[in-house]
Design a protein around this ligand. Structure first.
Ligand SMILES: NC(=O)c1ccc[n+]([C@@H]2O[C@H](COP(=O)([O-])OP(=O)(O)OC[C@H]3O[C@@H](n4cnc5c(N)ncnc54)[C@H](OP(=O)(O)O)[C@@H]3O)[C@@H](O)[C@H]2O)c1
Length: 331
């Protein structure tokens, strides 16, 4: 008897070799101990296909921290590296088929280009190491999209500059642009309880501004997993990682529905808004929100194509209401 023209012994040898070969792809995940990288690792480990296709290497500056040790227990290889040091990145990236990259700003340090430097360092080493798929957590260039009207949002602009750099040096890449984190409302105390028991959401923009919301810890990994599964389709593309556009009105209405709390929206003037946030971050957050109001977080682009891609890969984004229900005990 033959199977596909081979004897059973040869066939089983070939299929074991095939499985081992498929298993031998390595994905290196930056920010492994954080929200986005953590989400990417969970999505791969939970996926029947990707968990067999990829071995995971998680990057941290401190392998002894609890979040890193928890990854080790799940079979993730841990490598210590700092995006400031190209030397450490060589060891971190070597042998990787794919890389997930998230960069973080040096919040509050005026004029810092740390995020741009980190992104370029990883891109350069990915190029030298012949990485086949770099998945970068990007955002739009606010200065360019507004023709210079808003030029103090470096945590958007520098990500867009890293994206341009990756494109310019020709690393095969997909760009995933995460929306506004749902957790901003629940973890950053953005909904403040007043003496009258009413929760106030204060923004320097109108109540009908559109926020593309994402449950980052749960859903960033789904978008990354979709781009790993549909690599050739997503190379060079920008994926808008958000469940839906929500107005502040709807955000509060659904918050009331799930929690039973009373809420109110308050539009405050820019100077008052800035006075709540010390240092250069005040200006940055103000302009960030003015950008969301006009021309929009994704400059008015529809989320349909990205949602279709997510569905095609077998995933579904978490709604704001589900997020609130799941996190109700911590609110
Ligand atoms: N809040 C929003 O609505 C929103 C929306 C879109 C995008 N974003 C962007 O999301 C990003 C934050 O993502 P996140 O929430 O996943 O971050 P996070 O939870 O704070 O995690 C940051 C990760 O980066 C790693 N890291 C920091 N500096 C590093 C360095 N020099 N070398 C190597 N690793 C380093 C940290 O690892 P170790 O500490 O273990 O080394 C950590 O795992 C920011 O860039 C922000 O602009 C935010």
């Amino acid at each position: 008897m033959t199977v596909n023209g081979c004897s059973p012994a040869i066939h089983s040898y070939l299929s074991i070799r095939g499985t081992l070969h498929a298993m031998s792809k390595l994905i290196t995940v930056f920010g492994a101990t954080g929200q986005q990288g953590g989400s990417v690792i969970r999505s791969i480990l939970q996926d029947d296909i990707l968990s067999k296709e990829f071995k995971i290497r998680g990057i941290t500056r401190d392998t002894s921290k609890p979040a890193a040790q928890a990854l080790l227990k799940q079979g993730v290889e841990l490598v210590s590296a700092d995006m400031n040091s190209k030397e450490s990145l060589v060891k971190a990236i070597q042998g990787s088929h794919s890389v997930f990259l998230v960069t973080t700003p040096a919040w509050g340090v005026a004029g810092s280009d740390a995020e741009l430097v980190h992104g370029k360092n990883v891109a350069d080493v990915a190029k030298e190491s012949d990485v086949q798929h770099l998945i970068f957590s990007s955002l739009l260039d606010v200065t360019k999209e507004t023709a210079g009207r808003l030029k103090h949002v470096p945590h958007f602009d520098q990500k867009a500059q890293v994206e341009q750099y990756i494109r310019s040096i020709g690393v095969p890449a997909t760009f995933i642009l995460p929306g506004y984190f749902m957790g901003n409302y629940t973890s950053f105390g953005m909904l403040r309880k007043g003496d009258d028991g009413v929760y106030t959401l204060a923004y320097p923009i109108g109540q009908d501004s559109q926020f593309p919301l994402i449950d980052i810890a749960s859903d960033m990994g789904k978008f990354v997993a979709a781009s790993l599964k549909l690599r050739s389709e997503t190379l060079g593309a920008q994926i808008l990682a958000a469940a839906e556009y929500y107005t502040a009105t709807r955000i509060l209405a659904e918050y009331e529905e799930v929690t039973g709390r009373k809420t109110q929206f308050m539009q405050i003037d820019p100077e008052t808004y800035k006075s709540f946030i010390p240092g250069p971050m005040g200006e940055e957050m103000l302009e960030n929100h003015l950008f969301i109001e006009k021309p929009g977080y994704y400059n008015g682009r529809s989320l349909k194509e990205s949602q279709d891609l997510l569905k095609k890969a077998g995933f579904q984004a978490t709604s704001w209401k589900s997020f609130l229900e799941e996190n109700k005990s911590t609110l």
